[in-house]
Design a binder for this molecule. Structure first.
Ligand SMILES: [Zn+2]
Ligand SMILES: [Zn+2]
Length: 630
């Protein structure tokens, strides 16, 4: 795949696609239809706007109900959508310098907006070997780790073995809980750190615990837990904010390695069709990194780095507000890097064995009997309300991680408290929403709270079948990921991937939100009563997330909106739902510029063929064969 990267500044770059079509068009200029419109008036001003790009022969999903079917989109030199319509109408607007893209019957739709992901985390993690998030028996698990140790044996005796994508619920048979003894018995002296794929669990060996200074006397940090055995000895499992005790002592990779990983990450975002996103765990350093990647021309998107307030600081609203004002005060742009949002973790994860999500009713044991465990609430109801009051007054939008119904209720209580002060427009958000009490469904719409959901999780898998079903019981299990109930109660849904918790597969998210199925498992879908329609699913991953990101200039394909578009290899408004997963992004446009082109050779050839058809057909009344069919 070739990526047409933008230039190193905000000015449009001339990538391969642009150059070739530009030259071809310039040479063939005399053949264009006489009198064809080459300029239009900008919707917001009087300066003439050239038709920079047209996409023809597509099925346009505009994102708005009731629009007349359209096949084509014209994009202005100002980076905005100029017109949406029939091929014949848009074809007439092609000028001598217009880039023509043939959608070949595929969907043309707003770019994917990701309301919750961790791209910098994905980049960092890509430097480590991966366990692939698969389930394994203990012998398989040990053999795999020994293989990784042997493959990097030169790092004995002190180099860390860091491993990504460890499935914290995936030791077989289901219900097996891992501990440091599994790692201590490997043939190595090295410290070992396994990062749980959910980023809420880590497993480390005794050497790693020793290097981090963790022993039976170490207190649990606020917002985290050092799991201990009956003698208070740490077992090697670290939950939530306790993970930082170990990850904080691991030497960072070199700046060159990190940058190389970030360059790759940025390319993946464009190839996946992501045109706006929120980084859900940012620090001031991340803001600088994004500004740097933008200055290098690697990230043409709009980016919202949500600044994390940890559980400790969350108790001190004044200090938290001060810290955030400081970050905002030192921030120097660019404007499409948006410092609007604050992230707080209200709880952890619900799956066994972590069970660190805050529930209203206790977890059950493996036999279905109630325990006394409600799961920890990392920030109390009162503390969160005080924090939200302080930050809302400073204009911040809150983005709360809440998995369990008690954490969700805590967030709603706080947001309602400020909604009554007329601040509903902040679009405070709750993300994940794995379990919501039915009494709370209506509260989202009433307080203007955005429901940010990662619905690729809403399917039968080891996480739901094995690590949840026995421990929450059938009644709660039937309500997991209540997307339909929330939508019916008027909540605004916004999509997100949580990448790299899962691979970056937006069309798998879109499909799973509709069919709640797992193609890899021969099992019935997960509570289909909570399934969304195709329109709802597409909307939550475009306009819904745009709403969450306070970006009313995008999310739908409408004249005047920013031309953040994707052109797909099939018509996902028509193919069977399960086939949506196989969708490939052919082109990604950000602010009207082609920033990714999947099949660079054939893609260019097609675009030029369309261009050629246009010019060759100039003498015909129809305006050329590219404007017919589809
Ligand atoms: Zn989260
Ligand atoms: Zn996340």
């Amino acid at each position: 795949m070739s990526v047409v990267l933008p230039g190193t500044s905000e000015t449009p770059a001339v990538g391969p696609l642009h150059r070739r079509t530009f030259l071809a068009a310039a040479g063939a200029g005399a053949l264009t239809v006489a009198g064809a419109g080459t300029a239009a008036q900008a919707s917001t001003g009087s300066a003439p706007v050239r038709v920079a790009t047209v996409v023809l022969n597509g099925r346009v999903f505009t994102g708005a109900w009731g629009d007349t079917p359209a096949q084509a989109v014209a994009v202005g030199s100002d980076g905005k959508v100029l017109a949406v319509g029939r091929n014949t109408d848009i074809c007439r607007r092609i000028g001598p310098r217009t880039v023509v893209i043939d959608a070949d019957g595929g969907t043309v739709m707003p770019g994917i907006q990701d309301g919750h992901m961790h791209p910098l985390g994905a980049a960092a993690q890509s430097l480590n070997p991966s366990l692939g998030n698969v389930s394994m028996t203990i012998p398989q698990f040990r053999a795999k780790l020994q293989e990784l140790l042997d493959a990097s044996a030169a790092q004995e005796p002190d180099g860390w073995l860091q491993v990504a994508d460890w499935n914290p619920v995936g030791l077989l048979p289901a219900g097996t809980v891992g501990d440091k003894s599994l790692l201590d018995s490997l043939n190595t002296r090295r410290p070992i750190h396994l990062q749980g794929s959910d980023f809420h669990n880590s497993l480390v060996n005794s050497r790693a615990l020793a290097l981090a200074g963790i022993d039976r006397n170490t207190p649990d940090p606020v917002g985290g837990q050092i799991v201990r055995d009956a003698n208070r000895e740490p077992t090697g499992l670290l939950k939530d904010d306790a993970q930082g005790l170990v990850s904080g002592v691991i030497p960072a990779p070199s700046a060159e390695l990190i940058l190389a990983a970030q360059v790759k990450m940025a390319g993946m975002l464009l190839a996946a069709g992501i045109t706006s996103f929120l980084d859900a765990s940012s620090a001031e350093e991340s803001v600088k990194t994004y500004a740097d990647l933008m200055a290098r021309g690697l990230l043409p998107q709009h980016v919202t780095p949500a600044l994390v307030i940890d559980a400790e600081l969350a108790k001190k609203p004044k200090e938290a507000a001060e810290y955030l004002r400081g970050v905002r005060g030192r921030f120097a742009g660019p404007a499409r890097l948006r410092l609007t949002t604050v992230k707080v973790f209200l709880d952890g994860v619900m799956e066994f064995p972590a069970q660190s999500a805050a529930l209203l009713d206790p977890y059950l044991d493996a036999q279905g009997r109630p325990t006394d465990n409600l799961g920890p609430l990392h920030v109390s109801d009162r503390d969160y309300r005080d924090l939200v009051r302080a930050l809302d007054a400073d204009g911040w939008q809150m983005h709360a991680h809440a998995i369990g119904d008690r954490a969700v209720r805590t967030a709603l209580n706080a947001y309602e408290a400020v909604a009554h002060h007329g601040h509903a427009s902040r679009r405070h958000t709750i993300t994940h929403l794995q379990l919501v009490h039915p009494d709370d469904y209506r509260r989202f719409a009433r307080a203007g709270v955005v429901a940010s959901m990662q619905l690729q999780w809403a399917m039968p898998s080891s996480f739901t079948n094995d690590a949840l079903r026995p421990y929450v019981g059938p009644e709660r299990y039937a309500r997991l990921y209540p997307a339909h109930s929330l939508a019916r109660a008027g909540a605004l849904l916004a999509g997100g991937s949580d990448w790299p918790v899962d691979p970056l597969l937006p069309f798998t998210q879109i499909a799973t939100a509709i069919d709640r199925s797992n193609p890899a498992e021969n099992q019935p879908p997960l509570n289909t009563r909570e399934a969304l329609t195709r329109f709802q699913s597409l909307a939550m991953h475009t306009a819904g997330a745009a709403y969450q990101l306070h970006d009313g200039n995008s999310g739908t394909v409408r004249p005047g909106r920013r031309a953040d578009l994707v052109v797909l290899d099939q018509d996902i408004t028509k193919v069977p739902v399960k086939e949506i997963r196989a969708t490939k992004v052919q082109y990604t446009l950000v602010s009207g510029r082609v920033v990714h082109e999947a099949k660079s050779d054939t893609g260019r050839a097609r675009a030029e063929a369309a261009r050629g058809m246009k010019t060759l057909g100039a003498g015909r009344a129809s305006g050329g064969s590219c404007c017919q069919g589809h």
